[in-house]
Ligand binder design. Structure first.
Ligand code: SF4
Ligand code: SF4
Length: 390
């Protein structure tokens, strides 16, 4: 990620010192301070909850405690839609005051209205949700006109001096040629893209359009090849001219050139339920503290080939940490991909055997019930209001 120097040095310093100490360490805190959203994207697995849960908010104090506990140098705030949180400007300010790098993810519908609540800072980036060109994005979010709003928000935020990037989730109906044009456009706007295949959320309304691992690798090869053909100088490899926040090693993994196991603790999730076990994508239980998450999670139970819900996962929040670790422990690999680009043909790295993966457990209903019980006790009025409104 091409960050300004000060935050980049802090994050690199944190990664290097954590790697030297060994063990598991977080790089980016994932924060979901609310699950309510003003969109209902068919591929979203985060919003299928009763109102009493959608009305929950993490307080400013809880958000600050999460970063203090985890010690992560950066935080990515998602949800739900973070701009619906009344205290979001205070949360962002609190993190910047602690010299944490903040990525505020938004679908941009409220950005124009709220932008003056925020100030540009080398520690702050808007991350606008944009899943490809107009046709792709409006379909992905199931609302016409959303692409135009997001593009307008990008221009507005840039004109006010903010750092802006785009987060782009790729589904199985993505057309490499259209994606390539979209990436050309983002490059021409000087906007970096965080790209990732979508996770096959079991609670998403649309189960048809998630990618499996083989399709992911072929699609990314096809896509990154186009970057090379159109924009790269002789000798440069796939997608080199486009600007990604993703590390080159993660993109090389998406193109099928590396076999990686996930490092879910590198991007731990604090949500309204607590710290989510084991990762941002799969919720198999919640604990009160970050220490309980790190020490109490049986990490060997999760990952591709170990658990059915992980089988198709190649998502950035599970594997960027692995790529970062390889970059630190085998820097020559990082340099090689940086210099030669991403290989988009030839044999792929062997994939992990999925045949012995533990069967998926259905935990959603039990978790929702447990959370509702807690709300009934801690906020009886709010619970009654939400139940009456439903
Ligand atoms: S994917 Fe993001 S914008 Fe879409 S419904 Fe989910 S939280 Fe909202
Ligand atoms: S593979 Fe890892 S990051 Fe992906 S869902 Fe499973 S535990 Fe989470």
């Amino acid at each position: 990620m091409s960050l300004p120097l000060a935050p980049a040095l802090r994050i690199a310093g944190h990664a290097i010192s954590s790697q030297i100490k060994g063990g598991k360490y977080p790089l980016v805190l994932m924060l979901e301070p609310l699950l309510r959203c003003n969109l209902a994207c068919p591929g979203c697995g985060k919003i299928d909850y009763p109102d009493a849960i959608l009305n929950r908010r993490l307080s400013v104090e809880e958000c600050m405690a999460a970063i203090e506990e985890s010690g992560a140098p950066a935080v990515s705030i998602a949800g739900g839609e973070p701009l619906l949180h009344r205290d979001m400007p205070k949360i962002v300010e609190g993190y910047i005051a602690r010299k944490k790098f903040v990525i505020l993810c938004t679908n941009a519908l409220l950005l124009k209205k709220k932008i003056n609540d925020y100030k540009p800072s080398s520690y702050f980036t808007w991350s606008i949700h944009l899943d490809g060109d107009k046709a792709m994005h409006d379909k992905a979010v199931d609302q016409e006109g959303t692409y135009d709003v997001a593009l307008e928000a990008i221009h507005l935020a840039k004109s006010k001096g903010f750092r802006v990037q785009v987060n782009c989730t790729v589904f199985n109906d993505a057309k490499p040629e259209s994606m390539a044009k979209f990436l050309d456009l983002m490059t021409s706007l000087d906007v970096e893209v965080t790209i990732s295949p979508g996770y096959a959320y079991e609670r998403a309304a649309d189960q048809e359009h998630f990618l499996n691992r083989e399709k992911t690798k072929n699609l990314f090869r096809d896509l990154l090849k186009r970057g090379a053909a159109k924009n790269a100088k002789p000798g440069e490899g796939g997608g080199k001219a486009w600007k990604f926040t993703n590390s080159p090693l993660f993109l090389d993994f998406l193109a099928g050139n590396r076999s990686y196991e996930c490092t879910p603790w590198s991007m731990p999730l604090r949500t309204v339920f607590g710290w989510q076990k084991p990762c941002y994508l799969v919720g198999e239980g919640y604990v009160e503290t970050f220490a309980e998450l790190m020490e109490g999670t049986d990490w060997d139970q999760y990952g591709v080939g170990k658990y059915e819900k992980c089988s198709n996962c190649m998502v950035h929040c599970g594997f960027e940490g692995t790529a970062a670790k390889e970059g630190l422990t085998r820097p020559w690999e990082f340099i090689k991909v940086g210099m030669q680009g991403i290989r988009t043909d030839g044999p792929m790295a062997p994939d992990i055997d999925l045949s012995n993966a533990r069967k998926a457990q259905d935990v959603h209903a039990t978790q929702v019930e447990a959370e509702l019980e807690k709300i009934k006790i801690s906020d009886p009025e709010g619970y009654a209001r939400a139940t009456r409104a439903a």
